[in-house]
Design a protein around this ligand. Structure first.
Ligand code: FAD
Length: 458
């Protein structure tokens, strides 16, 4: 659809709807939208998402990212137009307000994102507005790679081999300028203020493309080279901490992968980005995996009872598990190694369905991501891909191995701050009583024997 203005030149107006691609660098939807004469960069605070599925930590991060994006678009001569309400109605409303004939957005993978995009396309079609989706959420688009027999990959390792040699798209340049049409009112800061919620974790990181890029540069120059060697050393905090920036799209996963893959230490780091792609791909083709087992493994008997509450509160009596759960409360983040140990403890030692743990993680994680969170939980529970139900993490041995001096435990479990290293991984009853640290909720060996017996009987 063309709109004619005073000089009778046809004018194209494009709306670019940001979702979780909150950046100007390597943003294919934005780049495509800026080929039009006028562009409306739009973010709609979706009531359905904000009110029901997003934690205070992620909302705070989102608000920071929107402020930063608005500033970046401002430097290009534009602004971020913000609305709040029913997402489809608001997008169509803005498109009609400014006479746009096309809406660009990044393709996403969750059930909700896919349904929302389809609803938009249906309504837009009735009004003669085209909806065009673009890559940008992953390095390689979900569904782009198939096995030799043209079937989707189900296992990580063959997918990774293929992913490494597959042609990746070229990153797109930042647009030279963003020209807003006059008809549209930019958003107001009140929309952003409205997104923030009380109850942030005290040490949660700030969001935004600028912060993310700064952290990436600093981390890559200091720690990339030793990533393989150090990524499991939980006290050293030597991983990139890029996950929230990748989740909200403040950083382009493709650009990160291209920048780092050939540098010393880059290959093992970029392999982790492939795990991220792999889980996004699995979820895109089967969105039900967000809450249902990929492979059934019986029905756990546990529930949201006192044991679950003790796990959430970081009072299981297993110091590494408790340190992780308290890191989660303090920072909205947990080290990957400890996520695996804490998740295994909930599912295998306490026999609680993985969905309970996944929901609790989502309520606090600043990087909380349906694909990565739910499918990692399934991986640990043995219900997912690469499923090995016999994989069990011993919380004491993991602690001795990955936090040998107990520095991570002491940082987060204040009661244990002055306990000797010899006792830190599993204090004696006397030491626990002295420090006010709880007894073990269950005996790990007996709990795992019971878990194995349950596996045998199906
Ligand atoms: P780095 O080690 O620096 O890795 C770089 C990037 O690779 C990460 O930022 C992340 O995007 C990706 N990545 C790393 N490990 C994994 C992995 N196992 N699976 C998928 N992608 C990975 N990650 C999330 O982004 N959101 C979640 O909600 C989430 N929930 C998890 C729940 C459980 C039970 C487990 C075991 C893992 C979960 N992970 C999740 C994966 C992983 O723990 C985090 O991505 C990682 O700890 C983030 O820290 P980092 O950025 O320093 O990672």
């Amino acid at each position: 659809m063309w709109r004619r203005v005073r000089n009778l030149q046809p004018v194209t107006i494009a709306v670019v709807v940001f979702t979780r691609d909150l950046r100007v660098r390597d943003n294919p939807a934005l780049a495509a939208g800026c080929l039009a004469q006028h562009t409306v960069p739009l973010f709609v605070v979706d009531d359905a998402v904000v009110d029901h599925t997003m934690s205070a930590n992620r909302l705070g991060f989102l608000a920071d990212a929107l402020v930063d994006l608005d500033a970046s678009l401002g430097r290009l001569g534009g602004a971020l137009v913000m609305r709040r309400g029913r997402w489809v109605d608001e997008v169509i409303g803005v498109a009609r307000e400014c006479g746009a004939d096309v809406v660009h957005l990044a393709a996403d993978v969750s059930h909700y994102a896919q349904r929302r995009r389809m609803a938009l396309s249906a309504v837009a079609q009735d009004r003669g507005i085209a909806v065009v989706t673009h890559p940008g959420i992953t390095v390689v688009p979900p569904g782009a790679l198939l096995t030799g027999s043209a079937t989707p990959y189900q296992m990580f390792t063959p997918y990774y081999r293929r992913w490494q040699v597959a042609p990746w798209r070229d990153p797109v340049a930042i647009p030279n300028a963003v020209s807003l049409p006059r008809a549209v009112e930019p958003g107001t800061p009140s929309v952003v203020a409205d997104v923030r919620r009380p109850g942030l974790s005290p040490d949660v990181v700030a969001g935004g493309e600028s912060v993310g890029l700064g952290r990436l540069r600093a981390w890559a120059s200091e720690d990339l080279e030793r990533y393989e060697q150090m990524h499991d050393a939980v006290a050293d905090d030597a991983t990139s901490r890029m996950s929230p920036y990748l989740h909200m799209g403040c950083l382009s996963p493709l650009e990160v992968a291209i920048r780092l893959r050939d540098r010393p230490g880059g290959a093992p780091f970029v392999r982790q980005l492939c795990w991220r792609d792999f889980f996004h791909k699995l979820l895109a083709s089967n969105p039900a995996l967000s809450w249902t087992d990929m492979r059934r493994r019986g029905t756990p008997s546990g529930a949201a009872d006192e044991a679950f509450e003790a796990w959430c509160a970081g009072r299981t009596g297993y110091p590494l598990v408790d340190a992780g759960m308290r890191q989660l409360q303090m920072e909205g983040f947990m080290h990957n190694r400890v996520r695996m140990v804490a998740a295994s403890f909930l599912v295998k030692d306490l026999d609680v369905p993985w969905q309970f743990g996944a929901r609790h993680f989502m309520s606090l994680l600043v990087d909380g991501d349906i694909a990565n969170n739910q499918l990692n939980w399934q991986w640990v529970a043995g219900t997912g891909t690469d499923a090995n139900p016999h994989r069990v993490f011993n919380p004491i041995r993991q602690s001795q191995r990955f936090d040998p001096d107990g520095a991570y435990i002491r940082r987060y479990v204040s009661e244990l701050a002055d306990v000797d290293t010899g006792q830190i991984h599993d204090p004696s009853d006397v030491e626990r009583a002295r420090c006010g640290y709880p007894p073990r909720l269950v005996d790990h060996a007996s709990a795992i024997a019971a878990y194995r017996a349950r596996l045998e009987t199906g």
